[in-house]
Design a protein around this ligand. Structure first.
Ligand code: TPP
Ligand code: SF4
Ligand code: MG
Length: 289
């Protein structure tokens, strides 16, 4: 499949020249094309932010929800139609800050979706305030003396919660990022890909060079099925590892467990609903009372 199938044609893109989001858009299109996932079988779900604009720039089904709310919408879409490939994507602020509670509970529910988090360590859209992943000491117009606390570590949290797939990528290395995206999309269960993405306008510290110098790839011999080892690697600080940290292939998914599929495996979207029946039952029960 040609990745052009996802092109929107001649549209205005609101990102700054040089923004890492362009790379993620391109890598995602390439990944989807190589996996032969047609636009009509895909749904992209986002929240609010620069990263969350990405579904507007890709020709497919999209749902652009509230800030921090990509994951519950994506979970529901997948549950209603499990035949779709569902990708929730948004920024570090949207996913780990405003949506932090959803992040934790999506991991517990384990819907079969992919969660791509554009991690630029800043609130880009609102012009450069600290996000949960901003490094300690990072100065902004709001945090004028520098961020006082240690950054949120999404990889360690996901491993601690026994997420079924946990990975980190860097947009500056498209071939490797594409391989990680592929593994995440093919994985059955909730798959987190935190992808480092420089914000060239509002984060002058964590730029392309910084990410190159402060990251390295997990070795070929690394075993992602060892949770203790994954947690150890996730908490490394000097250099931040990239690659697939952790896989738990033995978890059942939200769609498999949710009550509406206990007796009837027919996808919800295909079922005929008599919308008036519950109301009529209620009226009848009151009449009898
Ligand atoms: C509930 C709520 N709180 C705050 C905002 C304002 N707001 C919009 S985008 C944003 C930050 C987005 O940061 P991030 O998710 O990291 O995305 P980026 O722009 O960096 O890609 C904030 C605070 C909002 N729209 N809704
Ligand atoms: S403000 Fe930052 S994240 Fe937003 S488009 Fe510009 S470079 Fe990208
Ligand atoms: Mg951000």
């Amino acid at each position: 499949m040609d990745k052009k199938i996802f092109d929107m044609g001649d549209i205005d893109i609101a990102w700054c020249p040089g923004c890492g989001n362009f790379g993620i858009l391109n890598i995602l299109k390439q990944t989807l094309a190589e996996l032969e996932i047609p636009p009509e079988k895909l749904v992209l779900v986002s929240g609010i932010g620069q990263a969350a604009k990405m579904p507007h720039y890709l020709r497919t089904n999209i749902f652009n929800g509230l800030h921090g709310r990509s994951l519950p919408a994506a979970t529901a879409i997948k549950a209603v139609n499990p035949e779709l490939t569902v990708i929730a994507e948004s920024g570090d602020g949207c996913t780990y800050g405003e949506g932090g509670n959803h992040f934790i509970h999506a991991i517990r529910r384990n819907p079969n979706i992919t969660n791509i988090v554009h991690n630029n360590m800043v609130y880009g859209l609102t012009k450069g305030q600290a996000s949960p992943t901003s490094q300690a000491g990072f100065k902004t117009p709001v945090q004028v003396d520098g961020v006082m606390v240690e950054p949120f570590n999404p990889i360690a949290v996901a491993v601690a919660l026994d997420a079924s797939f946990v990975a980190r990528a860097f947009v500056g290395d498209a071939p490797k990022a594409k391989e990680i995206f592929k593994k995440a999309i093919l994985h059955k269960g909730y798959a987190l890909v935190d992808i480092f993405q420089p914000c060239v306008s509002f984060n002058k510290v964590n730029n392309y060079q910084w990410f190159k110098e402060h990251t390295y790839y997990l070795e070929e011999s690394y075993d992602p099925h060892d949770r203790n080892q994954a947690f150890k690697r996730a908490t490394e600080k000097d250099k931040l590892p990239l690659g697939v940290f952790y896989i738990n292939p033995n978890k059942s998914t939200f769609e498999e467990n949710v009550g509406v599929y206990n007796q009837n495996k027919e996808p919800l979207y295909r079922r005929e609903l008599d919308r008036l029946k519950p109301l009529q039952n209620l009226i009848d029960s009151r009449r009898k009372a």
